[in-house]
Design a protein around this ligand. Sequence first.
Ligand SMILES: Cc1cc2nc3c(=O)[nH]c(=O)nc-3n(C[C@H](O)[C@H](O)[C@H](O)COP(=O)(O)OP(=O)(O)OC[C@H]3O[C@@H](n4cnc5c(N)ncnc54)[C@H](O)[C@@H]3O)c2cc1C
Ligand code: FES
Length: 324
Amino acid sequence: MFTLRIDGREIAPRPDETVLDALLRSGVEAPHSCRAGACRACLVRATAGAPPEDAADGVPPPLRERGWFLACLARPASDLTLTYEDDGETSVEAEVRSVELLAPDVARLALRPREEFSYRPGQYVVLRRDDGLSRPYSLASVPGEDDELELHVRRVPGGAFSGFVFEDLVAGDRLALRGPFGSCVYPETAADEPLVLAGTGTGLAPLLGVLREALRRGHGGTIDLYHGGRTADDLYLDERLSRLVDGRDGVRYVPSPLGGPPVRGGPVGRLDEVVFARHADLTGHRVFLCGAPDLVQKMRKQAFLRGAELDAIHADPFLSAPPR
Ligand SMILES: Cc1cc2nc3c(=O)[nH]c(=O)nc-3n(C[C@H](O)[C@H](O)[C@H](O)COP(=O)(O)OP(=O)(O)OC[C@H]3O[C@@H](n4cnc5c(N)ncnc54)[C@H](O)[C@@H]3O)c2cc1C
Ligand code: FES
């Protein structure tokens, strides 16, 4: 049996319990969201003891080297002394510049980090409120073109963080920002590859970042961007995307509502059916899939079966916290 030490307390994890579960059971306000290794909201640092190696999977090497690991994946294999204290290089403070509605249930959040913050379009950051509530959100902005970070937050009924963004957050507020994380990015080697980008809801945010970066770099292959939603009202960037692709050869924006009238003469139906009806063979393609987790996982498998290489499929399922 091993011991977890944090803030002068000693906690004995139960057999098979993760570090996160043990901390939460003991009343520690441990930041977390997905509890499945997908969001990095539960990062914690071991100042003594060795965290299990698999709990550092996907943690950027500079953080891993300083002892940071994912509490939701870690089953302790030794005594650990833990801290959530920042070691000075892990998170930056950002000022809220604006919160604007893009649709009744989608907000555009603009943030300005208070120190240099490097990222690639399509990656995501974990936002942290003063009380520790933390959630990941993807970046639609492009460094060099935008001085602010652009994030799209969908309001989830009863959602703790999205509710806070819609109801409380105003220009001038501060948030802590950790990251960037994730590999949903435009690779420099992709210059002539055909790109297929597909996402539902705010899954559009990282795809917008990738699309803008590809255009900025003068991408030579075709680009097809599919945005799915329940109805036309969910396609919250329709005009901006139409303008962005207007007059560009080989670059298409395909609004794809699930039901109701078509948008701009486009298809109506399930996003996976729409995309694969038009791209039956994805050999040599690079595919980006973001948004609703079930659909992303399903489309990832389908894209592979249709010929896309696994390392040419970039998928960010927006896994949320499990139901309370
Ligand atoms: C890598 C990554 C990137 C992400 N990027 C974005 C982004 O760019 N924009 C964005 O809006 N979100 C994004 N998310 C999701 C986001 O992190 C939050 O999970 C979401 O905003 C809900 O948080 P909340 O605190 O408002 O709701 P919570 O308080 O966490 O949830 C409240 C209740 O609603 C349920 N719930 C939460 N989300 C959903 C949902 N989508 N559908 C059905 N039930 C739900 C929960 O299980 C819970 O019972 C991303 C997630 C990941 C893992
Ligand atoms: S990665 Fe641990 S809570 Fe999401």
